[in-house]
Design a protein around this ligand. Structure first.
Ligand SMILES: *Cc1c(COP(=O)(O)O)cnc(C)c1O
Length: 414
């Protein structure tokens, strides 16, 4: 059976052969795997084929990796304990002390923290510039090893110049890495088809979909890029390099080796199971929540207490044109700014029947006040630069009946 279309992949891809014909995904709750002989053990260790120990690989996690690869249009995937772990692994596998990376401004806060504080330990310099080709080209040097952007930045909902940046990365032989968390595992965006070499994502959000577990993934498309990195081509004492041993798979084998085998940032198979199951309803959830998002944005736009609404689905939104070009829809996020600033936001949330929580992509609609929560550690100037104002409220739209959501928002605004 050759499965091709997205919704079909969401429910059928990745399921392993099972001796009992299980229709769902079995959870392999085991740390180690036994060998039938010395030769068998030696072979598995030498080739990396078959299973040895769950820090390296587990059949439940492998099923999730195959499903994620199918949904992102990727060649391969490796799953991690969280989105943070995945981002770290994607860079650790690429960088050497003294290298530089170029990153978009307005990234997810902990990603900036990871770059500055963890990669900083390796002497990596990060240039933060807008996600536009010319701005990135201006800071590019012969030490640049990667360009990093997010599909849809949060909360200012801007979309990068995918084509321009991909062309720049290709011309200079450097990795274009995209955090596709807001691309909802391909339901909204597939950066690998837009020229990205690597995708990292948090599975905690739309993939799991139920706000119940954390997870992350690194995904890669087919590419020979890695032979442009001296890290991959420098021979060891035996004359072998990562490129000569692993070829195009060199990058992902290093992601797995460093991120899982050595750093141990491994996803529990119980959580892999929940995420695998969550993916089965992903297309339905994104479709329904996207429709509700547009309905709410339109409703709020006409509301006398609301000063400004941002939602890529609105034709006049600054992100609308790029969303039409690069996304398969407009997403399930919107922001609104109330007229009375911080005080207005506080009063709205005090009376709000919607859940207040710092998460997105949940089946439940979640509201958050970025100024005092997710972005509170930034200076006021940095918050304003990231589009975070005192009156701004972010809404991640869930699966409730849109009429209830409108009624509750109207009640709070009143
Ligand atoms: C949540 C998030 C992360 C981090 O993922 P965790 O699973 O929470 O570690 C990274 N990037 C973006 C855009 C996110 O929203």
């Amino acid at each position: 059976m050759k499965v091709v279309r997205y919704d079909t992949q969401a429910v059928l891809s990745g399921l392993p052969d099972d001796p009992y014909g299980a229709v769902g995904l079995p959870i392999y709750a085991t740390a180690a795997f036994s060998f039938s002989s010395l030769e068998e053990g030696a072979r598995r260790f030498a080739t990396g084929e078959g299973y040895t120990y769950s820090r390296l690989q587990n059949p439940t996690n492998r099923a999730l990796e195959e499903r994620l690869a199918a949904l992102e249009g990727a060649e391969d995937a490796v799953v991690f304990a969280s989105g943070q772990a995945a981002t770290l692994a994607s860079f650790i596998a690429l960088l050497q002390a003294g290298d530089e990376i170029i990153a978009a401004t307005g990234l997810f806060g902990q990603t900036t923290g990871l770059f500055n504080q963890i990669l900083g330990l390796m002497g990596i310099k990060v240039h933060y510039v807008p996600a536009e080709r010319d701005a990135m080209a201006a800071v590019l040097s012969d030490r640049t090893r990667a360009i990093f952007v997010e599909t849809l930045s949060n909360p200012d909902l801007s979309i990068p110049d995918f084509e321009g940046i991909a062309a720049l990365a290709e011309a200079h032989g450097i990795a274009f890495i995209v955090d596709n968390t807001f691309g909802a595992v391909g339901a909204l965006a597939q950066p690998l088809s837009l020229g990205a070499h690597v995708v990292v994502e948090s599975l905690t959000k739309w993939a799991s979909g139920h706000g119940s577990v954390l997870g992350g993934a690194v995904l890669v498309r087919k590419t020979d890029l890695w032979q442009r990195y001296t890290l991959y081509t420098t021979p060891d004492e035996e004359g072998k390099s990562l490129w000569s041993t692993f070829g195009p798979q060199a990058y992902m084998s290093r992601v797995r080796q460093l991120g899982l085998s050595l750093m141990g940032m491994v996803l529990s198979p119980f959580h892999a199971y929940l995420i695998f199951q969550g993916l089965e309803t992903l297309p339905l959830r994104v479709e329904r929540a996207s429709r509700t998002t547009l309905e709410l944005a339109t409703f709020l736009q006409g509301h006398p207490k609301v000063w400004k609404v941002r939602c890529p689905a609105l034709p006049e939104d600054p992100s609308h044109q790029r969303a039409k070009r690069y996304l398969r829809g407009f997403g399930t996020l919107l922001t609104l700014e109330v007229k009375e600033g911080l005080e207005g936001a506080a009063r709205l949330l005090e009376k709000c029947r919607l859940l207040q929580a710092p998460n997105v992509g949940d089946v439940r609609t979640l509201v958050v006040h970025p100024w005092t929560t997710t972005h509170s550690r930034l200076s006021e100037a940095a918050r304003l630069k990231a589009g975070v104002t005192p009156g701004l409220i972010r809404i991640s739209v869930g699966l409730e009946d849109p009429e209830d959501l409108k009624a509750w928002l109207d009640e709070s605004l009143a």
